[in-house]
Design a protein around this ligand. Structure first.
Ligand code: C5P
Length: 275
């Protein structure tokens, strides 16, 4: 892990922000689509668990004084992995090491986020919510999100322009179903579309309010919530977008795992290159 040289170079305001900033890492998903028969966070990527890569990336960014990890309920191995990570950063960073805790995740991603938010220390002002599945998110993205929060944003997400043309569809019925299973209903204007990633940063009080509002959602509404920014949008709070990175791909399918391995083991050391 490359540790940020915080002592002389970090400004007083960045250090003050770090003291009141937490990163929540959600790692409680089943990872069924990856097909390994184990939680995705445990799946090996270039010899180490996906979660280990994700946690190292968070620590290397140096923007937070605490990290709270949502793990699959009762998973002993992942708890041990978090303990090993705590020892690793303690040895490397000493007093500057972020405080690491973990909580049991829930049955949906939002439930996992809520559990972790409730476990943050008093005095936390900002939180970045990060998918363990985006294990190779570069430090630069954490910095862009944290900087926009420090500039007054209540919600900041990393995003990339979309390269594909995106259409809306509906399932075909009756005679049309014999032609094809879906019918196109429209084409979204591509220049306005963005593919959204994590870490997503928030003023903690705003995100807590957004999650409180979502706690009463029925199953269909809950299933429709695919990121935290969506909940904040529902409150009418502005959500700002900074540049994401292609390396922040969400490892979801076996092909994603091959791509991530290629990024890590390629000649360029991709984590430290801006996307
Ligand atoms: O399922 P999806 O790919 O959207 O998951 C995104 C992230 O949310 C993953 O890192 C996964 O571990 C996490 N997650 C969670 N709790 C769940 C479902 C997903 O922490 N119940």
């Amino acid at each position: 892990m490359t540790i940020p040289s915080n002592s002389a170079e970090t400004s007083t305001s960045a250090a003050a922000s770090r003291d009141v900033t937490a990163v929540v890492v959600v790692a409680a998903g089943s990872g069924e689509r990856l097909g390994y028969g184990m939680p995705k966070a445990k799946v090996p990527l270039a010899g180490e668990a996906i979660l280990t890569h994700a946690l190292r990336g968070v620590a290397a960014a140096g923007i937070a004084s605490q990290i709270c990890v949502a793990l699959p309920r009762g998973d002993v191995q992942l708890r041990e992995l978090c303990d090993a990570f705590t020892a690793e950063i303690g040895a490397e960073l000493g007093d500057m090491a972020p405080h690491v805790t973990f909580v049991d995740g829930g049955s949906t991603r939002s439930d996992s986020v809520r559990s972790a938010l409730n476990a943050l220390r008093d005095g936390t002002r900002y939180v970045l919510v990060h998918d363990a599945a985006r294990a190779l998110a570069p430090e630069a993205v954490f910095h862009r999100v944290a900087a926009a929060l420090a500039s007054g944003g209540k919600a900041v997400i990393p995003a990339l322009p979309v390269v594909d043309t995106v259409k809306t569809v509906t399932r075909t019925e009756g005679e049309e179903a014999s032609i094809a299973p879906e019918l196109v209903t429209g084409t979204a204007p591509r220049e306005q579309l963005r593919a959204v990633q994590t870490p997503q940063g928030f003023e903690l009080s705003t995100l807590l309010q957004a999650h409180e509002a979502a706690a009463g959602f029925d199953d269909a509404q809950s299933a429709a919530v695919t990121d935290d920014a969506m909940l904040v949008e529902m409150l009418g709070v502005p959500v700002h977008a900074v540049r994401g990175a292609s390396q922040s791909l969400k490892i979801t399918t076996p092909l994603d795992l091959i791509l991530a391995e290629g990024l890590l083991e390629g000649p360029l050391g991709m984590r430290f290159i801006e996307g």
